[in-house]
Design a protein around this ligand. Structure first.
Ligand code: RVP
Length: 504
């Protein structure tokens, strides 16, 4: 006979935190959001990889490319580069994140000396960049010959046919620095010579990077940056349970810090086989998360298989229709609570702590706090990050409002069959996701600052300065449908008719 759960399957929106005592020194500025990412012997060793903030971006083509990865690592979180692309493309994205040096920009608006002023104007309009290096072959890595900035031309006085070589600032008048110059020294040179940008060249005079005046200050403003031992940004990458023998080596070679098997349903032999293959070829050097699961049995299976972290969530994603199409899934709060208990039980038994990630279904910022309070070590978000400038999708105007495109990996647009693979032919037979718009929200940095402040404030209300302390002290209550109404503005006539939405 089928098994019936006693408890209904609940979402984050059905819970609230009840505040605890807040000591006077428990203030948001003192809260640490550091959290473990991969399995470790808690109490005996340091976790080999931790996040500085408990947020990672979803393994989705509309969310996590190299650009997003750099922006999120700058704030202390981590992106998992999407796997539904060729192995070469995914590895190249990972390699670009690892090659990125904060403050050292690989120039992507370049000129050759034969190009014309008209082409300079066109390029400026297209990229928005006003500093353009001139190189022998017109690429960002060619021999540096000069630079064109807005100070080099006057459109009202000069012919659009004039070649770049005639009005650029030539190399002999430029201040440059050699490869290996630190960002601090580069910044000193910029200030000493009153420059706006400093080209960095190699021994042969080939352009490597540009350093801009404001970037050092920006770099100093990011105390939570997630960096590896060589001070490179950390990045994760999605894999599937079919082509791992080719994909994993390429991603490891490219420098991925952690991998994650991307699947809508992770309680399967496919995942076990994938982890076993990784252990056989790389031991525990290569870290790999697995999922998604929604109960104790699924967690135990992946924990025993050797997963470094376990992801929770089926059907809760904003673009996900798995529950409608297949009738499987579980409310995200209920799933998180049960898996957190299983994680603690596993730790008691083995001394090994396996971090868990609540994936999908975060609608409001406070849902992140609830997920953490319920035991999640970190959360994965798709819709949240898709709204920002840094996501790879297009910004479009819909009915007078800017939107970003956001589509599920199980939608006809993505056709990520690897994520829904149950053996058989390599194709997506029916949709489990939709194609949608989400309201454009501007830069990641600004939005995350507010979100993280809300989490820190909630933690202080519960008297906690760290995530483990928060999980220990949190008191959660299920709320009735009428108290949900009470939670918003009610029984008043709002002056501003725009509905209040904290995070849509
Ligand atoms: P959300 O943050 O609510 O947008 O959810 C993102 C999550 O949804 C992803 O991390 C993934 O687990 C899941 N997803 C991605 N595509 C689909 C789908 O097409 N059904 N679901």
């Amino acid at each position: 006979m089928a098994y019936y759960y006693d408890e209904p399957s609940r979402t984050f929106n059905e819970y609230l935190l009840v505040p605890g005592h807040t000591p006077a020194d428990c203030i948001p500025a003192k809260v640490s959001l550091k959290t473990p990412l991969v399995r470790y012997r808690k109490g005996e060793e340091e976790c080999p990889i931790s996040l500085n903030v408990p947020m990672v971006s979803a393994i989705m083509a509309a969310v996590s490319d190299d650009n997003m990865a750099v922006a999120l690592a700058t704030e202390g979180g981590m992106s998992f580069i999407y796997g539904n692309q060729t192995i070469e493309q995914e590895a190249a994205m990972v390699a670009r994140v690892k090659a990125y040096k904060a403050g050292f920009v690989e120039s992507d608006s370049n000129l050759s000396p034969e190009m014309t002023l008209g082409q300079v104007v066109e390029l400026k309009e297209k990229t928005g960049h006003s500093t353009m290096p001139v190189t022998s072959d017109g690429t960002g890595t060619g021999k540096l010959l000069g630079i064109v900035t807005e100070r080099d031309y006057r459109l009202s006085r000069m012919s659009l046919d004039l070649p770049v070589s005639e009005f650029m600032t030539p190399l002999e008048k430029l201040v440059t620095a050699t490869e290996g110059t630190s960002l601090k020294v580069a910044n000193d040179i910029i200030w000493d010579h009153k420059l706006n940008s400093l080209p960095i060249v190699d021994d042969e005079g080939n352009l490597k990077y540009l350093v801009f005046r404001q970037d050092y200050d920006t770099h100093k403003e990011n105390p939570l940056e997630l960096l590896d031992d060589e001070k490179r940004y950390m990045v994760g990458a999605g894999i599937n349970s079919r082509d791992y023998a080719e994909r994993v080596p390429a991603l490891v070679e490219a420098g991925a810090d952690v991998l994650c098997i991307d699947s809508s349903e992770g309680f399967s032999d496919w995942q076990k086989m994938t982890i076993e293959w990784i252990r056989e070829h790389y031991g525990t050097d290569v870290k790999v998360g697995a999922g998604n699961v929604v109960d104790r049995d699924g967690f135990r299976f992946l924990a025993d298989a050797g997963a470094d972290f376990v992801k929770i969530g089926i059907g809760g994603g904003s673009i996900c229709i798995t529950r409608e199409t297949k009738g499987i899934g579980r409310g995200q709060a209920t799933a998180t609570i049960e898996v957190a208990k299983a994680r603690d039980e596993y730790f008691e038994e083995t001394g090994i702590y396996i971090p868990i990630c609540s994936d999908g279904g975060i609608v409001y910022d406070h849902h992140i706090s609830l997920a953490l309070a319920m035991g999640a070590d970190f959360v994965m978000l798709g819709r949240y990050f898709a709204r920002f400038d840094e996501s790879p999708s297009h910004k479009v105007m819909v009915n007078g409002t800017y939107m970003k495109e956001y589509w599920g990996e199980g939608s006809a647009r993505a056709r990520n069959w690897g994520r829904y693979d149950l053996g058989g032919k390599k194709s997506l037979s029916f949709e489990e996701g939709v194609d949608s718009y989400v309201p454009y929200a501007g830069p990641l940095k600004d939005n995350m600052a507010v979100t993280l402040l809300k989490i820190r404030s909630t933690m202080c209300n519960c008297g906690a300065l760290t995530i483990p302390e928060f999980q220990d002290k949190a008191k959660l209550t299920v709320i009735s449908s009428t108290s949900i109404v009470e939670g918003g503005a009610h029984d008043v006539l709002l002056k501003d008719k725009t509905p209040y939405v904290s995070n849509v």
